[in-house]
Design a protein around this ligand. Structure first.
Ligand SMILES: Cc1cc2nc3c(=O)[nH]c(=O)nc-3n(C[C@H](O)[C@H](O)[C@H](O)COP(=O)(O)OP(=O)(O)OC[C@H]3O[C@@H](n4cnc5c(N)ncnc54)[C@H](O)[C@@H]3O)c2cc1C
Length: 418
């Protein structure tokens, strides 16, 4: 099978890169084993919340040069401080073009509400989700918070306490619908994605609007768990119109409905641009010719080779098995690329669970043009993007989605420029 580009990994990085290449007319395939980190997403995309030394960041565009100064092997160094703002805007525009509507700007972080009722900085938040420009409070003085009866992945008590700390009075209510009764019969089915499917049906959304209208009293805004449809995007707007006041949703514990929706939309956009998406297939080995990849083989296609001018590795980090840790070290299992990793196992982690963990910064080494390195030499037709890259800590620096999307766009730019 011949393509211009073969991307291994169909999460945020692989899809963004694939969309950019396919829209530019490249014959492009994505091979992806399964679920990505998007299925656990908060509904917000982080760009840069803190410098590597821990200093809080309010303006990522201004702070990126200092990030690169502190960690010269940071993925943002491959992009360069000058191009960072342009690529961040391109990433936000690409999301919007695919129907993933967000709010936020790369020049000023805002604050999302976590499922535990805390405010955390971020770059872009999906439209319809609760967020604040302010680090300490919301824009409402009193809210009504609803949960589906028996839904355990949404902790109204934590949220109400959190809102109270922010000076926002919060009344907690539950709602019930016959369609939810059906899934409640089996407690393991009572998960966010299943409840969301209930609200894909118009009559169920209308029934919910009726309950909310009856019970919301005089509160300024109505808040709900993010379970209002998997394949519809108008639910929050429709409920706001029906109630005549703001309605917004708060992310639940995984599975993440906003992340699944984002994945669906990006994948659809990639396929509409002519891309081939092979879900449930795993790339298992490659053939090398000197410093180039000659062919790639997958589980499902056996001896049928994937041949391409360019290959892109977007297999993520430990979570997606793009990196594998063993007693001997951390490896990149597909191409055997060089991995930045402390030789002494004792230096992999900090015994303080909440400290920055060194293993988070381990990852695939690349040159400045994002070519993966094998025994110190660049693989000429392979770029590495996304969570598997070395040199950053997505948890402490709050830059996970930014690294994935910006390196994806940068790799696509370099491939198209060639
Ligand atoms: C649980 C979790 C939650 C997160 N939440 C957020 C958040 O809310 N906001 C934020 O900004 N960042 C978040 N992040 C950071 C996250 O890493 C990035 O935001 C981003 O989604 C990562 O995308 P990616 O495409 O680089 O990697 P991944 O999403 O990990 O995707 C890698 C893909 O490659 C596939 N794959 C792996 N090996 C192979 C193979 N051999 N063959 C074929 N396919 C393969 C996997 O199945 C997977 O689909 C989160 C990370 C985790 C782990």
């Amino acid at each position: 099978m011949k393509f211009d580009s073969v991307i291994v990994g169909g999460g945020l990085a692989g899809l963004v890169c694939g969309i950019r290449l396919a829209r530019a007319g490249r014959r492009c395939a994505i091979v992806s084993s399964g679920q990505s980190a998007l299925h656990f997403s908060s509904g917000s995309f982080d760009l840069l919340n803190a410098l590597p030394d821990g200093t809080a960041v309010t303006n990522p565009v201004e702070a990126v040069a200092e990030t690169i100064r502190q960690v010269p092997e940071h993925p943002y160094a491959r992009i360069g401080a000058e191009r960072f703002a342009t690529l961040a805007d391109e990433a936000a525009a690409l999301l919007s073009e695919t129907g993933v509507a967000t709010e936020g700007a790369a020049t000023r972080n805002h604050y999302r509400v976590t499922p535990m009722g805390e405010l955390k900085p971020t770059w872009l938040t999906l439209k319809g989700y609760v967020y604040s420009a302010d680090a300490a409070t919301l824009s409402w003085r009193n809210v009504a918070l609803f949960n589906a009866e028996g839904f355990l992945d949404f902790y109204t008590k934590f949220l109400a306490d959190g809102f109270q700390r922010m000076g926002v009075a919060c009344e907690v209510h539950t709602f019930n619908l016959p369609a939810i009764e059906t899934i409640r019969k089996n407690p393991s089915e009572m998960r966010s994605a299943n409840i969301a499917r209930v609200f894909d049906r118009e009559e169920n959304l209308q029934a919910l609007a009726e309950i909310l209208r009856r019970e919301t009293g005089t509160c300024e805004a109505v808040l709900l768990p993010a379970v209002l449809g998997i394949d519809r995007y108008d639910a929050v707007e429709r409920l706001s119109e029906a109630l005549g006041r703001p309605v917004a949703v708060v992310a639940t514990l995984p599975p993440s409905v906003p992340g699944i929706q984002t994945q669906i939309r990006l994948r659809r956009c990639f396929q509409q641009a002519g891309g081939t998406y092979m879900l449930g297939d795993t790339a298992v080995r490659c053939e090398m010719q000197g410093d180039r990849i000659a062919a790639l083989y997958t589980n499902n296609h056996g001896d049928i080779a994937f041949e391409a001018k360019d290959y892109i590795l977007a297999t993520g980090s430990y979570f997606s098995q793009g990196l594998v840790a063993s007693m001997e070290g951390v490896c990149e299992p597909l191409f055997g690329l060089d991995v930045a990793c402390a030789a002494d196992r004792g230096a992999w982690y900090d015994r303080d669970l909440f400290a920055a963990q060194p293993f988070e910064t381990f990852g695939v080494r690349t040159d400045d043009a994002l070519h993966g390195l094998r025994e110190g030499r660049p693989v000429e037709n392979l770029r590495v993007i996304g969570a598997g890259l070395a040199g950053f800590n997505p948890v402490k620096e709050g830059c996970g989605a930014g690294v994935s999307m910006l390196t994806a766009l940068e790799a696509a730019r370099r491939i198209l420029e060639k």
